[in-house]
Write a protein of this length. Structure first.
Length: 250
C-alpha cells in the first residue's frame, strides 16, 4: 500500500556557457575571462553553491572546451557541479541539451531548474532564494526581472538601417514593461519540452520564459536587482569590475 507521501521537487541550476561573447572581445569567451580576480563564471557558481535549496549545478559547455583547465579548477568546490558537453550553436539548444542530460542522469522530471546567464555575475544567494520562495507555490514558474524605468523610444526602421543614427518614430509607454533577467525557473521536463517544440518550430526564443509563453504558460515576474545586469559590452565589464571588487559591499 502506498504511504501517500510524495517527495518534494528539488531545485537545480543550469549555467549555459557555450557562447563566444564576441561583442566583448578577448581570447577566451567572456564567461571565462578574469573579472575582479577570478573567472566571471565563478561568481554565479559560488552564488548557487551558497544557496541551500540548490541540489546540483549543471554547466553546459562547448564540447571542445570541456577539458580546459579553467573549467576543471572551477569544478573543485564541495557542491555537486556537473560539467557536461551539451553546448550547442544557440543558447536554447544548449539549455535543451543540458536538460536532456539531467533527465538521462536520473534527475526527476518534476524537479525545478533555474537557468542563469554566466554573464550575470552580480547574482546573489539572496536573489536566488527570493525567486525560489516566490515560485515554489506556483505551477507556472517565473523569472527575475526589473520594471523598466527609462523612457523608451521606437526608432524609425528606415533611418536605423541607413546608418549609425536613427530618428525617433514615437515614444513607447513603459507601463507594464519589464526587463528580463535570470535565473528563470521552471519544472525540468516542462521546460525541456517547451524548448524542444520552440526549436522545432524555429520560433524566436530569446530566453526560457519565451519558450514557456509559446507553450501557453504565463510565468511570474519576480523583482530582481540592478546589480544582476548582463555583461555584454566593455562598459558593462568595467562597471561590474567596480561592483565585484573585494572592497565593494555585496
Amino acid at each position: 500500500m502506498s504511504s501517500g507521501i510524495q517527495s518534494t521537487p528539488k531545485c537545480h541550476a543550469i549555467l549555459p556557457t557555450a557562447g563566444s561573447g564576441s561583442r566583448l572581445g578577448g581570447v577566451l569567451p567572456k564567461q571565462f575571462q578574469e573579472l575582479a580576480g577570478k573567472p566571471m563564471l565563478a561568481y554565479a557558481l559560488e552564488a548557487f553553491c551558497q544557496t541551500p535549496a540548490i541540489q546540483s549545478i549543471w554547466v553546459g559547455v562547448n564540447p571542445g572546451f570541456i577539458d580546459h583547465p579553467i573549467l576543471q579548477n572551477l569544478a573543485t568546490s564541495d557542491a555537486p557541479v556537473h560539467l557536461v558537453p551539451t553546448g550547442g550553436p544557440t543558447r536554447q539548444e544548449t539549455v535543451r541539451n543540458t536538460l536532456a542530460a539531467m533527465l538521462a542522469a536520473g534527475v526527476s522530471a518534476e524537479d525545478w531548474v533555474l537557468v542563469h546567464d554566466a554573464a550575470r555575475p552580480g547574482i546573489t544567494p539572496a536573489l536566488i532564494g527570493k525567486l525560489i520562495a516566490a515560485i515554489i507555490p506556483t505551477q507556472s514558474g517565473g523569472i527575475l526581472a526589473m520594471p523598466v524605468a527609462d523612457t523608451l523610444k521606437l526608432a524609425d526602421l528606415n533611418s536605423a538601417l541607413a546608418g549609425s543614427y536613427a530618428h525617433i518614430e514615437k515614444t513607447v509607454s513603459r507601463n507594464h514593461l519589464w526587463q528580463a533577467q535570470t535565473p528563470q525557473m521552471f519544472p525540468l521536463l516542462q521546460l525541456h519540452d517547451a524548448l524542444e517544440e520552440g526549436i522545432c518550430q524555429e520560433a524566436d526564443i530569446t530566453d526560457e520564459a519565451s519558450a514557456m509563453e509559446l507553450a501557453g504558460v504565463k510565468p511570474l515576474l519576480v523583482e530582481g536587482a540592478m546589480r544582476n545586469f548582463k555583461v555584454t559590452h566593455p562598459a558593462d565589464w568595467e562597471l561590474m569590475q567596480e561592483l565585484l571588487r573585494p572592497s565593494s559591499s555585496s
